[in-house]
Design a protein around this ligand. Structure first.
Ligand code: ZN
Length: 295
C-alpha cells in the first residue's frame, strides 16, 4: 500500500473540490460513529482519498461483504481494521469467547480487504489487579491467533495507546513496549504509530528511530488544548503536536504508506459535514506534511 506519487493536493474549481494528495488516508470513524458508511465512502471518493481505515462498529451496520463491494466500487483500499478484543486473563469460557470473536474479526478484516487487524491490548481486566497479568494474557492470546491471521492473509499489528486509556482499552503505552510485543510475537512490520497516543513520549525521535522498518500504519490528528475527554482530538495542524517533525521521523524510520487521519471528535468534527472535514484535512495536510517529491 505504498502511497504512490508525490503530488500535492489540487483544486478542481469546476467541481468545487479539493483533491487529496495520495499520501493522505482517512480513518472513517473521523466522520462520526453514526454517519452512514456509504456517505463517508462517497465523500472520500469525491476528494480523491485512496485508502481508508475501518472499525468493526462501522462495518457492522452494512456487513463486511457490502462494505467490500462499496469500497471496491470507488477504487478505495483498506488499511487497518480496528480492533481485536481484550483477551481475559482467565482460562475459562470468556477466553475462548474472546479468541473466537477475534477470529471472526480476522475473517471480517479479510473480507473487507484490510491489511491489518489492530490490537491495542484491550485494557484492564476487572477480574485481576495488575496490568502485567493482562499483558501476559494479551500476548498469549495474540500468539494463539497468529495461524488464523496467516490463513486469512491479515497481519496482526500492535498500536500503543495513550496511558489515559489504561483503565479502559489500552495495555501497550509506549513504542518500546509495542516493539517488545512485536518481538514476542515475531511480527516484523507490526507497529502502528498514532500521533495522538505517543506524541508525549520522552525521546520520541529516538523511539521512532528505534522502530526502523517496523511501522505498519501512521495515524494522525492533533491534541486539543485543553482536552475535554477521550473523544476530543483536534484536526491536524490545530493542536500542540509537532506533526511535521513526527512525519519526517516516521518516513525516516522506513514507513512508506499513507498517513491516516483518525479523528475522534464528538464535540466538533463529528458534528460537521464530511466535505468540510475533508477540505480542512486536505489543506492542513498539505501545509504540514513534506511530500515524497520534496527535497
Ligand atoms: Zn490510531
Amino acid at each position: 500500500m505504498r502511497a504512490s506519487g508525490g503530488g500535492r493536493a489540487r483544486l478542481e474549481p469546476d467541481r468545487g473540490l479539493i483533491v487529496a494528495a495520495p499520501e493522505l488516508a482517512i480513518g472513517l470513524i473521523s466522520f462520526g460513529p453514526e454517519r452512514p458508511l456509504a456517505e463517508s465512502v462517497q465523500a472520500c471518493a469525491r476528494h480523491g482519498i485512496r485508502h481508508v481505515g475501518l472499525t468493526r462498529e462501522l462495518v457492522a451496520s452494512s456487513g463486511p461483504a457490502e462494505v467490500a463491494r462499496m469500497l471496491a466500487g470507488e477504487g478505495i483500499a483498506v488499511t487497518g481494521y480496528a480492533r481485536a478484543p481484550r483477551i481475559p486473563t482467565t482460562t475459562g469460557p470468556e477466553r475462548a469467547q474472546a479468541l473466537s470473536e477475534a477470529r471472526r474479526l480476522l475473517d471480517e478484516a479479510a473480507t473487507v480487504g484490510a491489511k491489518h487487524l489492530i490490537a491495542t491490548g484491550g485494557g484492564f481486566d476487572p477480574a485481576v489487579s495488575t496490568l502485567e497479568r493482562a499483558w501476559d494474557a494479551f500476548l498469549e492470546g495474540m500468539h494463539a491467533l497468529l495461524p488464523d491471521a496467516a490463513a486469512c492473509g491479515v497481519d496482526i499489528v500492535i498500536e500503543p495507546l495513550h496511558p489515559m486509556y489504561a483503565g479502559d482499552r489500552g495495555l501497550v503505552f509506549t513504542l518500546a513496549r509495542a516493539a517488545e510485543a512485536c518481538d514476542a510475537l515475531g511480527l516484523g512490520r507490526g507497529l502502528v504509530v498514532d500521533a495522538y497516543h505517543v506524541w508525549w513520549e520522552p525521546g520520541l525521535a529516538d523511539a521512532l528511530a528505534a522502530v526502523q522498518g517496523r511501522i505498519a500504519e501512521f495515524h494522525i490528528c492533533d491534541w486539543r488544548l485543553p482536552t475535554r475527554g477521550l473523544t476530543d482530538r483536534a484536526m491536524i495542524g490545530e493542536g500542540c503536536i509537532d506533526l511535521a517533525a513526527m512525519a519526517r521521523q516516521v518516513r525516516a524510520a522506513g514507513f512508506d504508506g499513507p498517513f491516516e487521519l483518525e479523528l475522534f471528535s464528538s464535540q466538533d468534527w463529528w458534528l460537521r459535514s464530511p466535505d468540510e472535514l475533508l477540505i480542512t484535512a486536505i489543506r492542513n495536510f498539505d501545509a504540514l506534511v513534506p511530500k515524497s517529491g520534496d527535497a
